[in-house]
Ligand binder design. Structure first.
Ligand SMILES: Nc1ncnc2c1ncn2[C@@H]1O[C@H](COP(=O)(O)OP(=O)(O)O)[C@@H](O)[C@H]1O
Ligand SMILES: [Mg+2]
Length: 345
């Protein structure tokens, strides 16, 4: 049997991808514009919806253009030092900095620069580097995956704010779970983050998923669509269902028990453990209700609006339920309803 084309790995670009062209182009176009309309985007969405893959694809697309220098940073490290080191370690940039007499020897990075005083402040050093990058018509994109509100991250964000105010060509994409992004945005000194656009990743296109399965497993249109609908467009589910169906030689019905268990063990358990008891109670009410109607859910749980509304909003923001149809709630994740019914007590 040949290699399984579907992947169970998180954070790694899969072989089978369903395009998110529309959401991706919005970011790429605004970064590429002569006068960029945005320099920062925050990508949120539930675990497994495809944030890391999405950010990686944008970075990959931009990196094909010589103008862009891509730097990946980690929010639990010293991001300013790491940024300076990453920039200085690119060969052509190191030469550029040397020509502009930027002496980084104090930080133990970069090339020797004779006759200019070493810079001792990291923020000043980065400003000089970015000025010289700007003069050469280049731009820097920083990618931070799974951001958390650490001291290092807050320090970096406040410096970033100043770089952008100085009109330096520094761009930023961050991914994170809703609550982590939210914590960072609510920092007093980081009001600029409050205005920064948040991109919530939408489910993958069901027609495209269905075409993918049809082709891989030689299914007819009805079967391909039925299989696609089982994933609800959830990225991780698309891979998991494809993976186990491949193992069952194209029999997706035989793959269902493994599909369900894998989703539960690798994602739902974790999501569930992060919910408060109020969140769980509302999730249970939704799972129990036949119609998903707000009135039915409230009656089922014997709760009033003041208990219903805040938990509803939290579950929507975390990307667990969809409230786009007025007065109705439904789960976004496939088979999550069964998980809730089996695990609520
Ligand atoms: N556009 C896509 N098309 C198909 N599969 C995807 C896509 N984006 C992500 N995936 C798959 O979904 C899973 C989760 O992706 P990942 O980017 O790690 O999610 P997150 O960072 O949101 O937790 C991985 O198995 C990945 O292969
Ligand atoms: Mg990720």
């Amino acid at each position: 049997m040949s290699q399984n084309p579907y992947s169970l790995l998180f954070g790694k670009e899969p072989q089978q991808t369903i395009s998110r062209a529309a959401q991706m182009n919005e970011i790429i176009d605004s970064f590429q514009a002569d006068i960029p309309s945005q320099q920062i985007y925050m990508i949120t969405g539930v675990r497994g919806c495809g944030k890391t893959v999405f950010m990686t694809e944008i970075a990959k697309t931009l990196s094909q253009d010589d103008k862009w220098i891509i730097v990946e940073l980690n929010s639990s490290q010293d991001l300013l030092s790491d940024l300076a080191a990453a920039l200085a370690s690119e060969n052509h940039l190191a030469q550029l900095f040397q020509k502009s007499s930027i002496n980084l020897s104090f930080f133990g990075i970069g090339l020797e620069v004779k006759g200019s005083v070493p810079i001792t402040n990291i923020q000043v050093a980065i400003t000089k580097m970015l000025e010289s990058i700007k003069k050469n018509g280049k731009r820097v994109l920083i990618c931070i995956d799974e951001v958390t509100s650490t001291d290092a991250m807050r320090a970096f964000a406040s410096a970033y704010q100043i770089f952008v105010r100085q009109d330096l060509p520094l761009f930023l994409i961050m991914t994170g779970l809703f609550e982590n992004i939210n914590n960072l945005q609510n920092e007093k000194n980081l009001t600029f983050l409050y205005r920064a656009p948040k991109v919530e990743l939408k489910p993958l296109n069901i027609t495209t998923i269905s075409n993918n399965y049809k082709k891989t497993f030689s299914l007819d249109a009805a079967a391909g669509l039925e299989m696609a609908k089982m994933t609800k467009g959830y990225s991780f589910a698309f891979q998991v269902l494809g993976y186990f169906t491949w193992k069952e030689n194209g029999d997706y019905k035989a793959a269902l028990p493994d599909y369900q268990q894998y989703l539960e063990d690798y994602v739902y358990e974790k999501i569930w453990s992060e919910l408060s008891s109020g969140d769980r109670k509302l999730a249970y009410g939704i799972a129990k209700s036949e119609t998903g109607k707000a009135s039915e859910i409230k009656a089922e749980l014997s709760i009033e609006n003041n208990e219903y509304t805040p938990y509803r909003d939290r579950l929507i923001k975390r990307g667990i339920i969809d409230g786009s149809e007025h007065g109705h709630l439904k789960f976004i994740l496939p088979l999550f309803e069964q998980y809730v019914l089996n695990n609520y007590y």
